[in-house]
Design a protein around this ligand. Structure first.
Ligand SMILES: O=C(O)C1=C[C@@H](OP(=O)(O)O)[C@@H](O)[C@H](O)C1
Ligand SMILES: C=C(OP(=O)(O)O)C(=O)O
Length: 426
């Protein structure tokens, strides 16, 4: 795909359903009794991998491309799969499903693509082993493929060294099968969609500070889940609307859960003209329409507890920083190194190729904004967030920006280029 400087972006857009919430709807719908209906489900490759895994575990899941119907069989309704489970490119699928598999009375092998086989799984192997499961990294490198032998689980109070919703969710999902209340305490609060959705399905979950606690053996009941638009996908249009001259974009029906809204806070901190309209608290996830207009931005410091609330948005925040006045410093974001790609290295390398003033650090980056970017060939490293971030950079740069492996947007936003094109005023 190639991108060039454009004059303006204008119009309304609906981004696809939230990826984190779509995964959880399939998982909890499978463990609930009765038929769960999911609308605005993200039909991206990662969430389709989750559907595929639960079908292999004996759950009938209908998908007509619009609505998903999951014929859940209750907490004890999964059956031993006859094939290896394949999580594809999805860390969320791999880690969350491991928590469920850890409690089954059968053995499963779980793998994924080349990128997944490099991502750290010790972070879930450790707590799930403490609960009594037998989980082996088949290659002995702490990564997938994993062999998971389920067992009767013990409740634990786990203190996680990382603020990771995937770790927290794996332990809480295993806790559904434990012999007492299971809690997870993290350094900072990470996204809480598992806790909210468990409650919505009838589970008992409490939270206090950075600790979430789940009660075992709930009777989960089928629900109608309406998935809000994904703020992580909206982030590309937020940035584009702020940076492209003479732009105004309304992004409708986006989830603005406070454990996910760091991008909005950072944009405001940078001086952005961004407003929330039609804020709707009626569901378990709060939503709003986000209106952005071209703005003059200032550099900022992003660190500490806000990091988990914007972790997937840091690549596009780095693009914002390149066009802001002054310096932006991002710290406490070492987790970026263990995503689909090493997002610190890949952003620093690609932005340097475009003549940005950027330096990588151990846990983030330092960007001096206000220097024009020049188009070049950008290797997405098959990381969807990198491809989408550089598509936006390409709209702001001199010359041609060519992105290789650009089809990887399929992971979280299959219609990304089409939707972006619909806003372009040429
Ligand atoms: O729980 C989730 O749905 C996710 C949690 C985050 O990962 P970590 O838990 O590894 O921080 C995030 O980066 C990922 O895109 C989705
Ligand atoms: C890190 C991501 O997802 P996952 O961990 O599920 O692969 C992402 O979508 O940016």
């Amino acid at each position: 795909m190639e991108f060039h400087k454009i004059k303006s972006l204008r119009g309304e857009i609906m981004v696809p359903g939230d990826k984190s919430i779509s995964h959880r709807a399939i998982m909890l719908g499978s463990l609930a009794e009765g038929t769960t209906e999911v609308t605005n489900f993200l039909q991206g490759a990662d969430c389709l991998s989750t559907i595929d895994c639960f079908r292999k575990l004996g759950i009938e899941i209908e998908n007509d491309g619009k609505t998903i119907r999951i014929h859940g069989k209750g907490l004890d309704g999964l059956k031993e799969p006859s094939a290896i489970l394949d999580a594809g490119n999805s860390g969320t699928t791999t880690r969350l499903i491991s928590g469920i598999l850890a409690a089954q009375n059968f053995e499963t092998t779980l793998t994924g693509d080349e990128s997944i086989q490099k991502r750290p799984m010790k972070r879930i192997i450790d707590p799930l082993s403490m609960m009594g499961a037998d989980i082996q990294s088949i290659k002995g490198n702490g990564c997938a493929p994993l062999k998971i032998k389920g067992a009767p689980l013990h409740a634990i109070d786990y203190v996680s060294p990382v603020a990771s919703a995937q770790v927290k969710s794996a332990v809480l999902l295993a806790g559904l099968y434990a012999d007492g209340k299971t809690s997870v305490t993290e350094p900072y609060v990470s996204r809480n969609h598992t806790e909210l959705m468990l409650k919505f399905f009838g589970g008992e979950v409490s939270t206090e500070g950075t600790t979430a606690t789940v009660s075992p053996r709930p009777k989960l009941e089928a629900r109608k889940v309406i998935v809000p638009g994904d703020i992580s996908s909206a982030a590309y249009f937020i940035a584009a609307g702020l940076l492209v001259p003479d732009s105004e974009i309304l992004i409708k029906n986006v989830g603005i859960n406070p454990t996910r809204d760091g991008i909005i806070k950072v944009c405001r901190q940078m001086g952005a003209n961004i407003s929330l309209e039609n804020i709707d608290h009626s569901g378990s996830e709060v939503t709003a329409d986000i209106l952005v207009r071209t703005s003059e931005l200032e550099g900022t410091v992003i660190e500490g507890e806000i990091i988990p609330t914007l972790i997937d948005e840091i690549p596009i925040i780095a693009i914002l920083a390149c066009f802001a006045n002054g310096r932006t410093v991002i710290r406490d974001a070492a987790e970026l190194k263990v995503k689909e790609s090493n997002r610190i290295d890949v952003m620093v390398k690609n932005l340097s190729l475009m003549n940005a003033k950027i330096a990588g650090t151990d846990d983030g980056m330092i960007i001096d904004g206000g220097h024009p970017l020049t188009g070049t060939v950008i290797d997405s490293n098959l990381d969807h967030r990198i491809a989408m971030s550089f598509a936006i950079a390409g709209l702001l740069s001199e010359g041609t920006t060519k992105i290789t492996g650009s089809e990887c947007v399929n992971i979280s936003y299959p219609d990304f280029y089409k939707d972006l094109d619909s806003l372009m005023c040429r």
